[in-house]
Design a protein around this ligand. Structure first.
Ligand SMILES: [Zn+2]
Ligand SMILES: [Zn+2]
Length: 171
């Protein structure tokens, strides 16, 4: 075999190897971009068939498909959208709780009310010393230092509040 022929064979083999390597790299890159489209679409799109459509686009149109997908994909991740919805709901809940209501008649009451003015349901215990409304966990009145008697505070909460006849008033 003449020397020039050997050189030609080596050159052709080398070119074929380089072409194969290039095709392999392109193939791997193509599959990687298609897989990226699938992963990204799953995080942004809720509808399964749309995720499938985006994946098919990324797979069927090598390299150009993923770029087209980039133009049309939703701007936010689904988890960010859900997080924001939860935050809004929490804020609404906080606003709702700010306006207290009577547990029986749902009338709007203030936190300082001892009884509901509409249905006379007892909302809080009043201090025996100064009559100030007491919170459930208080052990003593913060206004006059009278100790709060222990026991069920809301035991009579559903009963209408009427002046109780005591032994002293009977006599
Ligand atoms: Zn009420
Ligand atoms: Zn008091």
């Amino acid at each position: 075999m003449p020397l020039s022929d050997t050189h030609l064979v080596i050159a052709v083999t080398g070119w074929a190897a380089a072409r194969d390597a290039g095709l392999l790299v392109a193939g791997v890159f193509w599959l990687a971009t298609a897989f990226w489209v699938f992963k990204d679409a799953r995080r942004r799109i809720e509808t399964p068939w749309l995720v499938g459509l985006a994946t098919v686009l990324g797979l069927a149109v090598p390299f150009l498909g993923p770029i087209v997908y980039l133009f049309f994909r939703p701007p936010e991740y689904l988890e960010d959208v859900r997080e924001r919805e939860l935050e809004i709901r929490a804020i609404e809940e906080r606003l709702r709780l700010r306006s207290l209501e009577c547990p029986v008649c749902r009338a709007v009451v203030e936190s300082t009310f001892v009884v509901c003015p509409i249905c006379t349901t007892r909302l809080k215990q009043a201090c025996s010393g100064c009559g100030a409304p007491l919170e459930a966990i208080w052990q003593a009145c913060p206004y006059c230092a009278t100790p709060v008697p222990s026991g069920p505070m809301f035991g009579d909460s559903i009963e209408p509040l009427r002046p109780r006849r005591t032994v002293a008033s009977d006599q």
